[in-house]
Design a protein around this ligand. Structure first.
Ligand code: SF4
Length: 211
C-alpha cells in the first residue's frame, strides 16, 4: 500500500471546495444554528424548503425564546423528529436568549441540546472560527475510508484519525471538502473517479482502477 502524506495530498481537495457555502441556506449565526439542528437525520433540501417561513415567524433567538411549542412545531411538522427538535430549539433559545450569545467553541456548542460534534464542527466552519475538530457527516464516513485517510465506521474514531494526520489549520475545510466530494463525485454507487481530484492518492481507486 502507498505511503501517504495526507497533509500534502489533501490540498487539491481543500483548494477545490475552500469557502464553499454549506448546502443549508442561512443568513446569520442564528439561522445557521437553527437549520443545523433541524437537518439532523433529514435532508438539507427539505430544511431549505421550510426554513424561510420559520424565519419569517421567528427572525432571531429572542423571538424564538418567547415562542410556544405549538407554533414552532406547526412550522417544522414536516421535519423528521419534529417534536424532539421543537424541544431542543426552545431549550437552546431559552439558554442563549440573544443572537450575540451564540457560542463559537466546540465545548459550548456541544453543551446545547441537539448538537453533537458534527453539528458543532459545521457551525464553526461556517462561522469561520478556528476549528477544534473535523466534520464527519454521513458522506465523510463513506469517503474517508475509501480514500484511505481513516479506517472504520465510527465517526468519532474517523475524526480522531484525521486530526492526527492533518494540520489543525486545515481541519475546518478538510472535513467539509471531503463531504462535498461525497455529495458531488464520490457517490455511494459508481463514484466518478475519473473526475476526482483525489484519484492519484485514493486507495479505492488505486485498487479498482482499470488496467
Ligand atoms: S477516486 Fe473515486 S473512490 Fe476515490 S475519492 Fe475519488 S471518487 Fe471516491
Amino acid at each position: 500500500m502507498k505511503n501517504h502524506h495526507w497533509q500534502n495530498e489533501i490540498q487539491p481537495l481543500i483548494k477545490k471546495y475552500k469557502g464553499k457555502h454549506h448546502p443549508l441556506d442561512y443568513r446569520n449565526a442564528y439561522e445557521l444554528l437553527v437549520v443545523v439542528v433541524l437537518s439532523a437525520q433529514d435532508s438539507d433540501r427539505n430544511i431549505n424548503k421550510l426554513s424561510p417561513e420559520f424565519f419569517n415567524a421567528f427572525p432571531d433567538m429572542n423571538s424564538l425564546a418567547r415562542a410556544d411549542s405549538e407554533s414552532v412545531l406547526s412550522l417544522i411538522s414536516k421535519v423528521r423528529s419534529s417534536r424532539k427538535k421543537t424541544k431542543w430549539l426552545l431549550e437552546i433559545a431559552s439558554q442563549i436568549k440573544e443572537d450575540k450569545n451564540i457560542p463559537t467553541t466546540l465545548a459550548a456548542l456541544t453543551e446545547l441540546p441537539g448538537l453533537g460534534r458534527k453539528s458543532a464542527n459545521v457551525i464553526m466552519r461556517e462561522l469561520g472560527v478556528k476549528a477544534e475538530g473535523i466534520i464527519v457527516d454521513l458522506h465523510v464516513v463513506r469517503v474517508a475510508p475509501r480514500l484511505g485517510i481513516a479506517q472504520g465506521t465510527d465517526p468519532k474514531k474517523l475524526e480522531k484519525q484525521m486530526m492526527e494526520l492533518l494540520d489543525p489549520r486545515d481541519w475546518g475545510e478538510a472535513g467539509m471538502a471531503i463531504s462535498f466530494l461525497g455529495r458531488e463525485i464520490c457517490r455511494p454507487k459508481n463514484p466518478k473517479c475519473s473526475e476526482c481530484v483525489m484519484n492519484a492518492v485514493c486507495d479505492y481507486y488505486q485498487k479498482n482502477k482499470p488496467e
